[in-house]
Design a protein around this ligand. Structure first.
Ligand code: SF4
Length: 466
């Protein structure tokens, strides 16, 4: 995934930028970057690898050397950003979050017009550099951003900093959010709305899909009006958005509580000792389920996080497996001899869940029932660089379908939650992963739990419908 944050102020912005970006750490694991601008010192930029140390540790020293009244930055799972650009549109810094499916075709088109690209190691292209090249095809930055939005197959939300101010542009269909905050003499734009609250900014508004604004310390000017059609990612609320954030006015934790409650209403008569969440995102769903069902909420295991960098990725698979195992600490009194019901945000590949359930049985659990707060993941995400959806055949639901039929001819049936094929698939997934029972949330209930116009939600990975 990735997350972006930017701010423009009458005073120095470096501290706001540092903490604003840091609050996006949960969205990415590979690189952090920040760029600032001040008339006296010009553009300054720092990019660090954050795979084995958190953003705060890596950028602490940059806080002392970077100064500016404007800045943008990111947590990125892919390319080093922000990129610095000098073009006929002037000098600017650019940071993006999104996915470009037609990168090769776009690159070929630009090269055929005399453009060029730097290759990263391994022959990879920097997607943010490609976005800059698309922007540079036009006569103004706003036109260029609109051009890039229309050309890109996938999604693209971005922040662009010139010497005059900040451009903030949300993806053409609003798959990812971009939210404005305001305080006296300053504006900010962030993927996560909670990221600016402790910095003194107040919520101003969500940018609409495709909307482009220009921010200065005193003004927010809309350069391109929002589109009517929106397709915001449903998984923002279900899984990867931060608990304290709001998108389109809907808080993540509140949505998860609603989601769990609706699941409980359709799951009457279950006989268990405790309801629990698979940390962290499962907890909000589990609280909703427990409150609605009247079954006690408990935390039968805790993830030990204080010293584990989230992205700690040892080279050896055996050490990676051991690391995942070492993070889980059981509370034996809440597990041994107990019947447990766990809520997780999703069951995607199933590997992690199978290991967790085995861990619970090894610690004496009598029964482990799993409830997924989302419908079966049937299609890889083609709009975001989002880990649950690399390839369709990574998904456990699709593997089961393939094993049943040898091909995908009945796929539509499996995506529909009241068919015999759907129920057979769910039973088979439960058997394979060694769950006592398994139920998935209904898509209609997920939409109700979010509460915005259902047509404005992207649910492609459950239905295959755009
Ligand atoms: S396909 Fe799924 S993960 Fe991707 S944007 Fe749509 S809802 Fe989100």
């Amino acid at each position: 995934m990735g997350g972006i944050f930017g701010a423009v102020s009458k005073s120095d912005i470096t501290a706001d930028l540092f903490f604003g970006i840091d609050y996006h750490t949960h969205l990415g694991a590979r690189r952090g970057g920040m760029a600032v601008y001040a008339p006296e010192t010009g553009f300054q930029r720092a990019i660090h690898n954050i795979e084995n140390a958190p953003f705060r540790t890596k950028f602490g020293d940059d806080m002392d050397t970077m100064h500016g009244n404007m800045g943008i930055g990111c947590i990125s799972d892919t390319d080093p950003q922000p990129v610095m650009v000098r073009s006929h549109l002037g000098s600017y810094a650019l940071t993006t979050v999104g996915r470009i499916n037609n990168a090769e075709a776009l690159v070929e088109d630009i090269i055929s017009k005399g453009g060029h690209f730097n290759e990263q190691s391994g022959g990879q292209l920097n997607p943010t550099e490609l976005v800059a090249s698309l922007i540079n095809q036009c006569d103004t930055i706003a036109e260029g951003i609109r051009y890039a939005q229309k050309q890109i197959d996938g999604s693209m939300t971005l922040l662009l900093m010139t010497k005059e101010g900040l451009y903030a542009a949300r993806d053409y269909l609003g798959r990812t959010p971009l939210i404005l905050g305001h305080k006296e003499g300053a504006y900010c734009a962030a993927f996560e709305s909670f990221s600016y609250m402790n910095l003194g900014y107040r919520y101003e508004r969500d940018l609409g899909p495709g909307e482009i604004v220009f921010l200065t310390p005193d003004s927010c000017e809309t350069l391109k009006e929002p589109n009517k059609k929106m397709k915001i990612c449903a998984f923002l609320w279900i899984y990867y958005g931060y608990t304290t954030s709001c998108y389109e006015g809907v808080n993540v934790e509140v949505m998860r509580n609603n989601c769990g409650a609706l699941l409980a209403r359709r799951d009457k008569g279950i006989d268990v000792d405790y309801v629990a969440g698979v940390p962290e995102s499962g907890n909000g769903h589990a609280i909703g389920y427990a409150n609605e069902s009247g079954i006690k909420f408990a935390r039968p295991f805790i993830k030990y996080t204080p010293t584990w960098v989230r992205s700690f990725t040892p080279a050896k698979q055996s050490i990676r497996d051991l690391t995942a195992h070492m993070k889980l600490i059981p509370v034996e009194q809440l597990i041994r001899g107990k019947k447990l019901l766990f809520l997780d945000d999703s069951v995607v590949r199933g590997t992690q869940m199978r290991n967790t359930v085995e861990f619970l049985y090894n610690n004496g659990a009598k029964e482990v029932h799993i409830r997924s707060a989302s419908p079966p993941s049937m299609f890889g995400c083609k709009y975001l660089n989002f880990s649950p959806g690399k390839s369709d055949m990574d998904l456990i639901a699709r593997q089961v379908v393939r094993d049943f039929d040898g091909d995908d001819r009945y796929l539509k049936d499996y995506c529909t939650d009241n068919t015999e094929r759907y129920h057979a698939m769910v039973e088979q997934i439960a058997r394979r992963l060694n769950f006592t029972s398994l139920k998935y949330h209904l898509l209609a209930d997920v939409k109700t739990a979010v509460g915005i116009d259902p047509d404005s939600l992207c649910t492609y990975c459950f239905t295959g419908e755009e």
